[in-house]
Design a protein around this ligand. Structure first.
Ligand code: TXA
Ligand code: MG
Length: 346
């Protein structure tokens, strides 16, 4: 790829309208733009413009077998993107009135207007409405669906700030809108929605900020068992979100046997001795996700930021403490497991 200059524009209250207008102009011209959402930054393109969508795959180095999420700004637009039977529409309307705008992505039958490139040739499309004012405003001004995967290089750590996007994609994209740090910090929950016999069926393809307990109020939550290939459940790639530094997550602290030749960094939940890691070793660097009592939503917000800090700190190995497997802790542990999968596979 030719190196291009990457501009960062502040979408703060003063510069908001101008920044949004510039982003929309570029998107309409078929360019890609990185935009903040409440979960992570996304690399946006007009979803109806195949050559713009192709640039998203190229900038990320993402295989075209891994489909993109489409973002919309108004509820009605779901009918521009998805082909819904009356029964399915009833289920979908309940879900979106409860959770949109917000970090829930719905996988639904697609309309022909959505290019195959966006959905990797599948009959379904993943759709969501972000609650971030910048992404929302751009979607509404564009008035066409916007394809936007996370704005990182394929398989690498997701970006939760404009600086992180610049590190991932600087020189590969022309514009980043800086809307500050993302306030959910991990990617949206993804469900495939079915009408079901008695209750709606919600197949949980990726855990995220909207947790299982919330979804259970709306239908039967089904966890797909074993994922055999990308095509079947593309969101479930085993290795993902990986730092460049080798990383391990152990079942219990005692499984950690340090090599005296190496330096170690700890990704700690709350910096407490109780987890059994802080005093286990003379760590070269410690990052705490939620210092003090430990709050899982705060840990989620800081997860990718702290992982990036450790990755850049120069330690030889990162050790991560798992967090409580409850609420958004399920999604955090999922990210930790996937982030360490590359090291396990080596
Ligand atoms: O929070 C988010 O969802 C962020 C922000 C930018 O919106 N986006 C995001 O996109 O995480 P991405 O591309 O990094 O992850 C989307 C996941 C991928 O793993 C993809 O395989 C899956 O969604 N996906 C997309 N379309 C799908 C479909 N039709 N069926 C199943 N999975 C799908
Ligand atoms: Mg991603």
């Amino acid at each position: 790829m030719n190196k291009i200059e990457t501009e960062i524009l502040y979408a703060d209250p003063e510069g908001f309208d101008d920044a949004v207008a510039i982003a929309v102009t570029k998107l309409k011209a078929g360019e890609v733009v990185a935009l903040p959402t409440e979960t992570v930054y996304g690399l946006a393109a007009n979803a109806l413009d195949e050559s713009a969508v192709a640039q998203v795959f190229e900038a990320k180095g993402r295989p075209t077998t891994d489909p993109l999420i489409v973002h919309i700004g108004r509820n009605e637009q779901i009918h521009d993107v998805c082909e819904l039977s009356a029964e399915l529409d009833t289920v979908v309307q309940k879900l979106i009135s409860e959770f949109w705008p917000g970090p829930l992505t719905l996988v639904l039958p697609k309309k022909a207007i959505i290019p195959e490139l966006v959905t990797s040739g599948q009959g379904t499309v993943a759709v969501r409405m972000s609650e971030h004012p910048v992404m929302r405003a751009v979607c509404c001004e564009m008035n066409t669906p916007i394809a936007a995967p996370s704005a990182n290089r394929f398989g690498c750590i997701s970006p939760t700030s404009a600086t992180a996007v610049e590190k991932e994609l600087g020189g590969r994209i022309g514009l980043i809108l800086d809307g500050g740090a993302c306030n959910a910090g991990i990617e949206s929950t993804i469900i495939r929605v079915g009408v079901g016999e008695k209750r709606p069926e919600l197949h949980l393809l990726r855990s995220g900020p909207i947790v299982k307990e919330e979804l259970q109020k709306m239908g039967k939550v089904i966890r797909p068992k074993k994922v055999r290939n990308v095509k079947e459940a593309p969101g479930q790639l085993e290795s993902h979100y990986a730092p460049a530094t080798p990383m391990y997550v152990f079942e219990k602290p005692e499984d950690f046997v340090p090599d005296p030749e190496l330096s170690y960094g700890l990704l700690s939940y709350r910096g407490s001795e109780k987890e059994g890691y802080i005093n286990l070793h003379d760590w070269d660097q410690v990052e705490e996700l939620s210092p003090g009592k430990g709050k899982l939503p705060e840990a989620a917000v800081r997860l990718f930021f702290a992982l990036r800090q450790l990755d850049e700190s120069g330690v030889d190995v990162i050790i991560a403490e798992p967090v409580a497997e409850t609420g958004v802790g399920v999604a955090i542990n999922d990210r930790l497991r996937r982030a360490s999968a590359k090291t396990r596979q080596q």
